[in-house]
Design a protein around this ligand. Sequence first.
Ligand code: ADP
Ligand code: GLC
Length: 485
Amino acid sequence: MPMKVLFVSSEVFPLIKTGGLADVSGSLPNALQRLGVDVRILMPGYPPVLNQLADLHTIGALHHLPHVDHVELLLGTIQDTGVKVMVIKSESLYERNGGPYADQNGLEWQDNPVRFGVLSKVASILASGHSPIQGWQPDIVHCNDWQTGLAPAYMKLTEHSTAKSVISLHNMAFQGCYTPNWVTSLGLPSAGFSIEGFEYHGQLSFLKAGIFYADAITTVSPRYAKEIQTAAFGFGLEGLLSKRSDEIRGILNGIETEEWNPAHDKYLVSNYSSHHLAGKQEVKAALQNSLGLDADAHAPLLGVVSRLTHQKGLDMLVPNLQSLIDQGCQFVLLGGGEMGLEASFRNIAAHNPGRASVTIGYNEPLSHQIMAGCDMFIMPSRFEPCGLNQLYGLAYGTPPIVNATGGLADSIIDSSHTHIANRTANGFVMVEASADGLIACIRRAVEMYRHDKDTWLQIQKTGMSQNLSWDKSAQEYLAVYRELT
Ligand code: ADP
Ligand code: GLC
């Protein structure tokens, strides 16, 4: 009998996406399915999810959930991959205009504790003896981030599930902390509201609940698994994580090699591979043209696709960006987030017509075109649990320039003399997380791009020929599941 895994997530590509969690939630279940796992995703029924799934039909209903009397459970299929998705349909909770976590103005939905409390509760019920679904009971409930953190708590404390739970930590910066009145209103036993439970500085913490009650903990890179046990990266949960140190597994994310592949990327004017890199120049020219940049094949084109938040460290780029442009670089950014940062980058674009382009917003095709058309990808994150963009950069022959943290440290090998000599170099790693450290690193890359074409090509080809697929990491997740069952 194949192992049954319920993969619970608040965002799943291509149905709905705000960041890397969606990429992982789309591609890891697909890879697990290829390994013979009987996997189903469980997620909220946001409108784009209801609209995109194939063969969507009702399979049951659940009653008397916290704050909602009734939700329907639907089953559908992701068209490209055939992965099955169970959807919680509730008009009042999930069918609104706006994003999965916030409204159109970026204001968090006030009822997020209910929206994600219900997601967690439903997961725990499906893994229990009183699941309304006949014939499919998970052996493993695989939770992701705070939005699903209450599931392991419900499984142990209220549903007495015999299934095992895993929580994957994609980002410790988001914890889902709410006032203590939510404990009873979400149907959690008040005994759990303690240090040995889901209490965190007087609040109910969804993420702490997950970490405390899950049977296994994973993070999305080996380096981040260690980092989160320190005060600098643990966001207050380092103590608890250190206690469970032996049980934390760091598994580096892979990428969806069909979706992110320059050889057949549907968003590019020209496709290319490590053997035929000429197409990359054509994509660069098309990108320059479409964004109003000067047609200049030789200008080093620096790219960014990112959420604009403190985590991503792009404020470190602002002070020296003008000097890079003055020295002949071009710059393109796609992203959104903090208003101050958006304004700083917009300002630079306004002062450098033909040399810098800034697009604020979310744009899937453009993100691929930037990844392919740029010469270098800049990602100076202060912390980065894994990071997918640097992996896309490798696959697209766009060497990443990164800070030495988390998954960036685990995936990018600096172009030092030694690493060039032993042919492992695939990017550029900052020596220091500061504006000075970043500019020094970019200058080093630009210098090599301009004056040492052979080495540049070697670095590009090293990245492009790496196996970045999910296969190995999915095996590691399977090993975690097997140890539990
Ligand atoms: P995080 O999840 O912390 O934002 P990751 O590097 O893991 O960082 O994943 C970010 C994902 O979101 C990537 O797939 C990236 O291409 C995508 N992305 C980020 N910002 C945008 C944007 N403005 N438009 C399109 N895609 C974006
Ligand atoms: C989070 C992290 C990012 C990681 C992604 C998927 O969004 O910030 O580093 O790649 O989750 O695991």
